[in-house]
Design a protein around this ligand. Structure first.
Ligand code: G16
Length: 551
């Protein structure tokens, strides 16, 4: 087998975002674009000769082509073995599971997660380290630095590898092991949850609907819910992964998972509904005519973890991203365990889990997970809920309302303004920065910050985080306007979009009064919403009258 060293010139835009490098497919198709980034990864992670790499993706458009390139580059860069999901498929959580189980050097996951796919859709690539988690910032920064000065890459001259048949093939001295993408992951799930109890629940007339959105979780959901738990075949919707996700937007929220939402809010609705995203790490949980916010979901899983076999020994701690509501903090306080507040991005949970400081983690962006792997995990969250439902034998809504009655309700909503001009988005953030002094002015004189009706500003800042394990500091992680009564407004620019900017507005207030728990979140948060729009001049500056997505 011949290896070639190919001369190349750097691209300037290969900076990984919140989760890896995400670009439109045509960008990845530019000459040497993918190769440059992959070589930058290999140069940065410097795997010892003969190391094993995990490889797979969410099956989106360009997945198979990219896999052929990466296999040939891995062979030319001295890897000894690649564990490849059959047909190039591996959900993000399954990839994390395989990296950990087989103690590989790391893995490459091809996905742009919840972003749409297709010839003009998005593609993405990220590197996960030996702990199974997304590479931390110091590695992604080093990959970016390498991509800025790359001059050559190495690739094997070899025919394409057959991706659809399990078994080993050789690429020079490197073994390509094509493996079943589902079995290791399904086995791990079976070790954590009471499958017997869930099976009993499902056979007793409890009806579920899982929306795979033509993305990667279809085969996983079929194996787990239908084959192992005995749910009827039609419990899994849109179960066949398609390169363009059937033209849909594989983001499990109330807007994009509308088929599921219509089923759960219709007549004769099932008891439980859930959806996952492009690469299987996100989850949305619904009860009959009822939506569970991701922030509440994390808190409820934590409060009920003692019902679930894999977590009966107790939780070491909980971590949530800064924009996620403080509902989990209240549970942590009751359980007398620590609760950490990190920047957005699952990569920030890795150190806490590795150090044994936290067991459960969650984000408002429909991500929940635990230290069973080092990624958020959509099907894991669904199984956790089913296990709780099997143990408690109440409806989803009853469980959430009881939770609110016990802990109070952190009323929460996120408004996304997608695809706005970058300058306008930056202008909003700059203006908010400039207003810090004015909003807090009186605080310094001991009279408290600016007053908006009954709400008074306590503090404004741009969130920064010092990792308690390695001391690394991450700044500029979102603007917080905190009020004296515990309410807050957060503004953040998304790090996962590929077109223009996405401005996220996060709103939260705390309601201990049970008689007000029935209120719609938008209604309950109306005052905060209007304060946010006023101080940010968001409408004037972006020309948008309303958000693209409200969750
Ligand atoms: C990624 C990250 C998450 C993050 C989310 C939203 O999710 O893994 O940790 O919360 O992006 O990020 P942003 O608000 O910057 O768009 P995924 O599911 O896209 O990998």
């Amino acid at each position: 087998m011949q290896f070639r060293t190919v001369s190349t010139t750097p691209y300037t835009d290969q900076k990984p975002g919140t989760s890896g490098l995400r670009k439109r497919v045509p960008a990845f198709r530019q000459p040497h674009y993918l190769e440059n980034f992959v070589q930058s990864v290999f140069d940065t992670v410097a795997a010892p000769p003969g190391a094993t790499l995990v490889l797979g993706g969410d099956g989106r458009y360009y997945n198979r082509e990219a896999i052929q390139v990466i296999l040939k580059m891995a062979a030319a860069n001295g890897f000894g073995r690649v564990l490849l999901g059959r047909s190039g498929i591996l959900s993000t959580p399954a990839a994390s599971c395989v990296i950990r189980k087989y103690q590989t050097h790391g893995g490459i996951i091809l996905s742009a997660s919840h972003n749409p796919g297709g010839p003009d859709g998005d593609f993405g690539i990220k590197y996960n380290t030996a702990n199974g988690g997304p590479a931390p910032e110091k590695i992604t920064e080093a990959i970016f630095a390498a991509s800025r000065k790359i001059a050559q890459y190495r690739i094997a001259d070899a025919p394409d590898v057959a991706l659809d048949t399990s078994g080993d093939t050789m690429l020079g001295d490197m073994t390509v092991s094509v493996t079943d993408p589902v079995s290791d992951y399904a086995e791990l799930m079976e070790s954590l949850f009471d499958f017997g109890a869930i099976r009993k629940l499902l056979s007793g007339g409890f009806r579920i609907k899982f929306e795979a959105m033509h993305a990667v979780t279809g085969p996983y959901a079929r194996e787990i819910f239908v084959n192992r738990l005995g749910a009827p075949e039609d419990s899994v919707m849109n179960a066949v992964p398609l390169p363009d996700f059937g033209g849909g937007h594989p983001d499990p929220n109330l807007t994009y998972a509308h088929e599921l939402v219509e089923a759960l809010y219709g007549s004769n609705a099932p008891d439980f509904g859930a959806a996952s995203d492009g690469d299987g790490d996100r989850n949305m949980i619904l009860g009959r005519h009822f939506f569970v916010t991701p922030s509440d979901s994390l808190a409820i899983l934590a409060a009920n973890a003692h019902q679930v076999p894999g977590y009966q020994q107790g939780l070491a701690g909980i971590a949530r991203s800064m924009p996620t509501s403080a509902a989990a903090d209240r549970v942590a306080a009751t359980l007398n365990i620590p609760c950490y507040e990190t920047p957005t991005g699952w990569k920030f949970f890795g150190n806490l889990m590795d150090a044994g400081k936290v067991t459960l983690c969650g984000e408002e962006s429909f991500g929940t997970g635990s230290d069973h792997i080092r990624e958020k995990d959509g099907l894991w969250a669904v199984l956790f809920w089913l296990n709780i439902l099997a143990a408690r034998r109440q409806s989803v809504e009853a469980i959430v309302r009881e939770h609110w009655a016990r802990f109070g309700r952190n009323v929460y909503s996120r408004h996304d303004y997608e695809g706005i001009p970058t300058d306008a988005a930056n202008g909003v953030m700059r203006l908010l920065h400039e207003r810090f002094a004015e909003l807090q002015a009186c605080t310094e004189q001991g009279r408290g910050g600016a007053q908006f009706g009954h709400l008074q500003v306590r503090l404004c800042d741009d969130f920064s985080y010092t990792d308690p394990v390695d001391g690394s500091v991450s700044t500029g992680q979102g603007i917080r306007i905190l009020f004296v009564d515990g309410s807050r407004i957060v503004f953040r620019l998304s790090g996962t979009g590929t077109e223009g900017a996405t401005l996220r507005l996060y709103l939260e207030s705390y309601e201990p009064d049970v008689s007000k728990h029935h209120l719609d979140a938008q209604q309950a948060l109306a005052t905060l919403i209007s304060i946010a729009l006023e101080i940010s001049e968001l409408r004037q500056r972006t020309g948008r009258e309303r958000p693209t997505v409200i969750t």
